[in-house]
Design a protein around this ligand. Structure first.
Ligand code: MOS
Length: 738
């Protein structure tokens, strides 16, 4: 029986629930000291005086580091590298300038965390404060500037969208806004840095990008890559927030060098708002032109997002309109940024797409009402055979299946379209839907698979376990290629000493790291087949390689009653192990002959209290084309996580900024709402995809982030259906419905 496609439980599940999983802050490091950050209370200005005298002499304090005595980064500040276009380029505690509230201005290193944090309160700082620039929706349009390209082109244009919209019999033009949001991973960011006597550096850091972190640190520390080891066995949530090198990691490294001891620097929950990235707010404008049958003639989508004074991070919200629906007359998209006093934003599940689809799929619902066409039917009419931007055919696009199967499971045909037409007692019932795509990434990765003399196998690859099930699915991929039961396969990941892998971002791990594991497992199996055909006492001497099959830990010859176990084969040849290497080096997606994207259609039912304006999610169906599903159990777990994540975006999450002081205000779980169990009903998930050979050798497309996209417009559209109120500003909170 194949392991791929089986709903196998997590290899690390027991470890996690028993506390045995080693999150990096749990790893003991001999002689470790603890560091606490002192951060700026102003958002713009400079330090004029900093008096660390009392802190220096406080109990347990080993060092107080300010811009006067912090080791210099060379050179500092340095622009972010190609790897970290979405990380922060302003290096910490190197000068007296203040660019954002919460910027680190001093670091105390002490024997315990309490001693360090207390001593930090004894530091006296004088500031010269200027007025902070904050992101203000009223004035953002005036202040917006054209940013340099970050990921994709900043603007795109096919056909003549402006003319198509102007000439269209039906037009929708609206602004949609989304708030700042923070990742709020349960596991805070933490770095333990240990320099060794031979000049090498070991870092324990829950990074989503081992290789990228090592390469960037190598550049800015002037240290060869092979002198840096980074360990990241498990993440307690990444969501994109742990894919860059953030200032606290640099501070831990510099402090450890300064004091000559290992240093652990764990962010407080409050520091998680200003020391690492966030999803920036967006102001989006969508214009749709359509004929009376709802067929799109033109789409225009523009987005403005905030970025710091020293970086140009782009949230590509208008990306949504580049690839989702066909528009006969043309599509125009563009992005602008506003420079303000804040830290650098970063991708957050699902970056770009989840903001943009809120706007586009809300506008499509408005078009459905303007034309009187059912929202599912409207999308079927506008489904694209080729990628609207590049013109390439899609590799696979099960959008129609997502729409029709999702609608059937949800019972969409029982919906009455008029707003406020469905009720349950005193509650208003609303049903809404939306569709989505998610970008596919093709990146290189290497892996090593070793067959051991006891018939077990070891997979080694420097990929990451974000909570998604990487230990489990890599086991399944290797097991099938080797013909081993999955429990015979062990997976080692999360260490730069293992074979190189790409960052675990963009829902890319199964397609790319998975392909490297597949190649390595096949290479190990093929070596075994060669031994069975041409090794010592070869059981299949003279047989063609293509006739040898691997199953149940044995090689066998097709059509013959002849087989040999891996264990026996290795013993017969005097080998303790047999190793295969995998080197996956795909062409980049945009250079491939076909356009590769994941797709979905999602359906939400809400219950709205007409007196209180309170929205509850009643039920939800998600239909997803993510190509081949390797493990339906972990995939379903990804999907329900994404739906819950998107429900937070729709109804609860927003980071607020003080308009005068320029500080993020929430800075705690008590002030930043995310869905809890009681907010979430039973969720219905179905996978409609098939093996996509363009996407990956594993046939898989990205899933994790896809499932967070278009939850918010489905819920917003359901709220409109329930109440007749179109909320174009997330989250949909009580006051917007009263
Ligand atoms: Mo995802 S925001 O690309 O980790």
């Amino acid at each position: 029986m194949n392991a791929i496609g089986q709903p196998i439980s997590r290899a690390d599940g027991q470890l996690k629930v028993t506390g045995g999983a080693r999150y990096v802050a749990d790893i003991p490091v001999e002689g470790v000291l603890h560091a606490a950050i002192v951060h700026s209370i102003i958002a713009n200005g400079r330090l004029v005086a900093i008096d660390a005298g009392k802190a220096d002499s406080a109990s347990g304090v080993v060092a107080v580091l300010t811009h006067k005595n912090m080791p210099r980064l060379d050179p500092a500040p340095k622009p972010s590298s190609h790897l970290h276009a979405w990380g922060q380029s302003y290096w910490p505690v190197q000068d007296e300038q203040i660019h954002y509230a919460g910027q680190p201005v001093a670091l105390v290193v002490a024997g315990t965390l309490d001693q360090a944090a207390y001593a930090g309160t004894l530091i006296k700082i004088e500031y010269e404060a200027g007025t902070p620039a904050v992101f203000d929706r009223e004035t953002a349009r005036k202040q917006a500037v054209d940013p340099p390209q970050m990921l994709w082109p900043v603007t795109t244009s096919t056909g003549d969208a402006g003319r198509a919209i102007a000439d269209a019999p039906v037009k929708i033009e609206q602004a949609y806004t989304t708030p700042d949001r923070h990742h709020n991973q349960m596991e805070p960011h933490v770095t333990t840095a240990a320099w060794h006597a031979d000049g090498t550096l070991t870092l324990y850091d829950p990074t989503q990008d081992l290789a990228g972190m090592r390469e960037l640190l190598s550049m800015i520390l002037g240290l060869p890559m092979d002198k840096i080891d980074i360990v990241s066995y498990f993440l307690g949530g990444g969501f994109g927030g742990k894919s860059c090198v953030w200032p606290h990691t640099l501070l831990a490294i510099l402090a450890a060098r300064a004091v000559g001891r290992p240093v652990r620097l764990q962010l407080t929950r409050a520091q998680m708002y200003s020391m690492v990235g966030h999803q920036p707010a967006s102001i989006q404008t969508i214009a749709l032109g359509a004929d009376n049958d709802g067929r799109l003639t033109g789409i225009r989508h523009e987005s403005i997002t905030p970025t710091p004074v020293f970086d140009s991070y782009i949230e590509y919200a208008a990306l949504a309109s580049r690839h989702l629906w066909a528009a006969s007359g043309g599509i125009a998209t563009g992005h602008k940024v506003v420079h303000v006093n804040r830290n650098t934003p970063t991708p957050m599940r699902a970056p770009h797409e989840a903001l943009g689809h809120f706007a586009l799929e809300s506008a499509m619902d408005e078009l459905a009402y303007a034309t009187g066409i059912d929202p599912v039917e409207l999308r079927l009419r506008n489904d694209a055979d080729t990628d609207p931007l590049s013109g390439r055919p899609f590799s696979t696009r099960a959008m129609r299946t997502c729409l029709t199967e999702g609608a059937a499971r949800f019972g969409w045909d029982k919906r009455t379209p008029e707003p406020r037409s469905m009720r349950d007692g005193r509650y208003l019932i609303g049903q809404g839907m939306a569709a989505a795509f998610y970008t596919h990434w093709r990146w290189p990765a290497k892996a090593r698979v070793t067959l051991n003399s006891d018939g077990s196998a070891l997979v080694e690859i420097a990929t990451h376990e974000l909570g998604t099930g990487t230990y489990t699915v890599m086991r399944q991929v290797a097991a099938d290629a080797l013909g081993l039961p999955p429990e015979k396969v062990t997976v080692h990941l999360g260490d730069t000493r293992l074979p190189y892998s790409h960052p675990s971002i963009g829902s890319s791990t199964m397609a790319n790291a998975g392909a490297a594991v597949l190649l390595a497992a096949r290479a190990a199996r093929d070596k075994a087949i060669t031994l069975a055909r041409a090794g010592r006492d070869a059981p299949f001497a003279g047989a063609a390689a293509g006739n040898v099959l691997a199953a149940d830990g044995r090689l066998m010859l097709a059509g013959e009653d002849l087989s040999i176990s891996y264990a026996e084969l290795l013993a017969r040849n005097g080998l303790s192990a047999l190793t295969g290497e995998g080197d996956y080096d795909p062409v980049e997606e945009e250079n491939g002959p076909k356009a590769v994207f994941s797709f979905s259609a999602v359906f939400a039912e809400v219950r709205v209290d007409p007196d209180l304006g309170l929205v509850r999610l009643n039920r939800f169906t998600g239909a997803y084309d993510a190509g081949q599903v390797i493990n339906p159990k972990t995939a379903r777990s990804q999907a329900i996580g994404g739906i819950i994540w998107g429900t937070g975006q729709a109804l609860l999450e927003q980071t607020e900024t003080d308009p005068v002081l320029g500080r993020f205000l929430n800075r705690n779980y008590s002030g930043y709402l995310v869905p809890a169990n009681a907010d979430i009903p039973e969720l219905d998930v179905v996978f409609t995809g098939s093996f996509d050979e363009e996407a990956s050798l594993t046939g898989a497309k990205g899933l994790g982030e896809l499932t967070a996209v278009s939850v918010s417009p489905a819920i917003a559209n359901a709220v409109y259906h329930a109440t007749g109120k179109r909320v174009r500003d997330l989250p949909i909170t009580v006051e917007k419905l009263l």
